[in-house]
Design a protein around this ligand. Structure first.
Ligand SMILES: Nc1nc2c(ncn2[C@@H]2O[C@H](COP(=O)(O)OP(=O)(O)O)[C@@H](O)[C@H]2O)c(=O)[nH]1
Ligand SMILES: [Mg+2]
Length: 384
């Protein structure tokens, strides 16, 4: 299951800089795994997960291997979507073609320019992140309005009477929602803000509304501003909430070509703790409601992506489609227990593993109704 994240924003916001940094980091971090640029603007990026190295170390000892088994992280796909400008919904710039690319993504990563650099022109004049954010959001909202205008009124809607074989009560309820959305979108609100109810989201899911997609705002600041992002004079503060990340794309691009030690020094000099790319990927993953279960063995130590709430047989099905049907049970142990079944203060890799976890009663046998938890280390038992 590859989830797609679309990077959008006004021209010169730093989208491609960010996209290229993500891909470059990829190559530097996990050269062994065949990550690739699918098309010039599409790339597969690993979700950083420190747990995998530990699992690989444990398996190497437990299975008497000479080398660590390969580490296979969960991945997400990033798409650099250029061409969105004011008027795109009316065909300006690259217009509708690009809106349709946005329709295909699961999450929008909206890069907003807050860096000042006289050598990089800004289409909208002076730097103003709140205005820029609204320009893009307005285009998405206008595109959604066009989609909603095309929705036909169900037969008998005016008379509040479903017509046998032609319309149902459900059609009416759905159209009520369409009418509500039309009016609220006209007031400049996004579908995301209007519909928070999952049932209602489901009713209009097939319309692939752009402003309904979960959106992560990435504020691209000057390097110096990274460590002063809590400065109350900063105009971007009203925008910062749990779905916002402040980064400097240029710094990220420079960081990826340094050694890990150099990166640490660089970040310390800037007064920040961690690189923004890892945070970005992890945040996107969380916003999509995704969790990982883990498997480890001589073949690989691997993270598998599932949606929160996925039951054990369906989780098995992500490994191999047959596994869902032939599912018998799942041996599960939490990552924390797996690496440290005896609850030591600072466990070594030799203190973890399947054997010790079983001996110490940490392994649960779960059936078809079990909802997987993030970090479950799993062995599926599959029938013939
Ligand atoms: N000073 C500065 N320049 C940046 C930053 N991010 C991107 N740029 C520059 O802005 C220009 C446009 O960036 P690009 O990533 O191509 O923007 P896009 O049009 O959104 O893809 C390039 O010259 C980048 O080097 C940043 O954080 N600080
Ligand atoms: Mg670009």
């Amino acid at each position: 299951m590859n989830l797609k994240i679309g990077i959008i924003g006004l021209p010169n916001a730093g989208k491609s800089t960010l996209f290229n940094a993500l891909l470059k980091k990829q190559v530097a971090d996990v050269a062994a795994y065949p990550f690739c640029t699918i098309e010039p603007n599409v790339g597969v990026v690993a979700v950083p997960d420190e747990r995998l190295l530990r699992l690989a170390q444990i398996t190497k000892l437990e299975e008497h291997m000479n080398e660590l088994p390969p580490i296979v992280p969960a991945v997400v796909e990033f798409v650099d979507i250029a061409g969105l400008v004011a008027g795109a919904s009316k065909g300006e710039g690259l217009g509708n073609k690009f809106l349709s690319h946005i329709r295909e993504v699961d999450l929008i990563c909206h890069v907003v320019r807050n860096f000042v650099d006289p050598s990089v022109v800004h289409v909208a004049g002076e730097i103003n992140p709140l205005r820029d954010k609204d320009i893009i959001e307005t285009e998405l909202i206008l595109a959604d309005l066009q989609t909603l205008e095309k929705q036909q009124e169900p037969f008998g809607y005016q008379q509040h009477k479903p017509q046998p074989d032609r319309s149902t009560k459900e059609d009416f309820e759905r159209f009520d929602l369409v009418v509500k959305l039309r009016s609220e979108l006209n007031n400049g609100r996004s579908v995301r803000e209007i519909i928070t109810d999952e049932f209602e989201q489901e009713m209009v899911r097939d319309l692939h509304l752009l402003s309904m997609k979960p959106t992560l705002f990435v504020i691209n600041v000057n390097e110096e501003e990274l460590s002063t992002k809590n400065n109350t004079n900063n105009p971007i503060i009203p925008m910062t909430n749990e779905n916002t990340l402040v980064i400097c794309a240029k710094t990220e691009a420079e960081l990826v070509s340094l050694t890990p030690e150099e990166q640490k020094e660089y970040l310390t000099a800037l007064g920040v703790k961690a690189s923004g790319l890892d945070l970005l990927i992890q945040k996107a993953y969380q916003m999509l409601g995704l969790i990982s279960f883990l498997t480890t063995g001589v073949i690989e130590a691997r993270a598998w992506t599932i949606v929160t709430g996925t039951k054990a047989p369906q989780a098995a099905g992500t490994i191999h489609t047959d596994f869902e049907k032939k599912f018998i049970k799942a041996d599960c142990v939490s990552y924390t227990d797996f690496i440290n079944p005896s609850g030591l203060a600072s466990p070594k890799p030799s203190e973890g593993g399947w054997k010790k976890s079983r001996e110490l009663g940490k392994v649960r046998q779960e059936g078809r109704e079990y909802s997987m938890r993030d970090g479950d280390v799993v062995e599926f038992k599959i029938g013939a």
